[in-house]
Design a protein around this ligand. Structure first.
Ligand SMILES: Nc1ncnc2c1ncn2[C@@H]1O[C@H](COP(=O)(O)OP(=O)(O)OP(=O)(O)O)[C@@H](O)[C@H]1O
Ligand SMILES: [Mg+2]
Length: 324
């Protein structure tokens, strides 16, 4: 009898947990992410029919009979209607997890990084990050572990919000990253859904090339490497590791490097995962610069990075509750 009622209690709890996964995606970012902050159900349904990793301009926006642009993508439509941009221009580049488009606000060009549909996202490369993240909300942790719909929705929202938070944090610390085009309030980022809107790095409509794609004279390659080495030391001094650092995520803009692709940035002192990511970053940074023709010394760079790491334990801040 006692076992029986225990079973019933557990079933009831499971049902309640399932119900609340639907109502509330939970927190886990230092801010609360609620279901109402996430894309509304009708919009999610539309996405569900056609999960896409690469987003085509034609499925996001179409010219209306009135000559105005009509946004089929709900997140772009929301950003457009709130005045964050007023014209969609076209494709900049498709990446593994997102497609980046050029848009304009008046005369200002902006880059809109549109993340892949929830179902098309693997989250494979994000594993060390999600393992290291400690959630304030157990329900959210469970939903993510179970890969439930609410869990996956929350993951995309958190991923995008983290990219905004990281861009803001690094920009404010003086690191050369695209300036986010949404204000530094999490509620504004939640409204952006799956889109990171930021400064366009380029000249005219021409985007800056990734360092991995440019051919540089030896001295230029060396100068670019010195900048990248200073950058990674700078990040270490801020207590963070990029997590996917190589010439693929550095743009070459008028002789300056610009760091992009920041959702997976994490606190370097949270333990194993971050330390492994730091080692991996140093190895991929040095080998990609060596391919560019620079002379590199991974050991010397590692020593500079270690010396730059701040001694105190991580704080809970905009980057989220990652520490213990
Ligand atoms: N702010 C920007 N200004 C100009 N071009 C940009 C900007 N952000 C991204 N890009 C271009 O879009 C590409 C993809 O962006 P990003 O690396 O952030 O996305 P991703 O999907 O994570 O890509 P990948 O998986 O290939 O690293 C970049 O390599 C760069 O060429
Ligand atoms: Mg990238």
């Amino acid at each position: 009898m006692a076992d029986d009622s225990g079973d019933k209690r557990r079933t009831r709890k499971r049902r309640q947990a399932r119900r609340s996964d639907k109502d509330e995606a939970g927190s886990g970012f230092g801010v609360t992410v609620r279901a109402r902050d996430l894309p509304v159900k009708a919009e999610v349904k539309r996405v569900r029919r056609k999960p896409r990793a690469k987003r085509q301009a034609a499925e996001l926006v179409s010219p209306g009979t009135d000559g105005a642009q009509h946004f089929t993508d709900p997140d772009l439509r929301r950003l457009h209607s709130r005045g964050y941009f007023d014209e969609f221009v076209g494709l900049i580049k498709g990446g593994k997890e997102a497609t980046v488009f050029l848009v304009r606000r008046g005369e200002t060009r902006l880059a809109a990084k549109v993340y892949a549909d929830i179902e098309a996202r693997s989250f494979r490369n994000d594993a060390p990050y999600w393992e290291a993240l400690k959630f304030e909300d157990e329900r959210l942790a469970r939903a993510i572990k179970r890969k439930s719909r609410a869990g996956r929705k929350a993951q995309v929202a958190l991923w995008v919000m983290r990219e905004y938070a990281n861009l803001w944090r690094l920009h404010e610390a003086g690191v050369c990253v695209p300036v986010p085009a949404l204000p530094p309030e999490p509620s504004a980022w939640a409204a952006a859904g799956s889109v990171v809107l930021m400064e366009f790095v380029g000249i005219g409509d021409e985007p800056a090339e990734r360092l991995a794609d440019v051919r540089l004279a030896a001295e230029e390659a060396q100068a670019a490497y010195e900048q990248a080495a200073d950058l990674v030391v700078r990040l270490a001094a801020l207590g963070v590791v990029h997590g996917d650092l190589s010439t693929y995520n550095l743009l070459w803009h008028s002789g300056e490097i610009v760091l992009i692709d920041l959702p997976q940035l994490m606190d370097v002192r949270v333990g194993h995962a971050a330390r492994e990511l730091l080692d991996r970053d140093l190895a991929s940074l040095t080998s990609s610069f060596s391919a560019l023709g620079a002379t590199v010394d991974e050991g010397a760079l590692a020593a500079r990075v270690m010396a730059a790491l701040p001694p105190e334990p991580p704080r809970e801040d905009l980057l989220g509750p990652q520490g213990s």
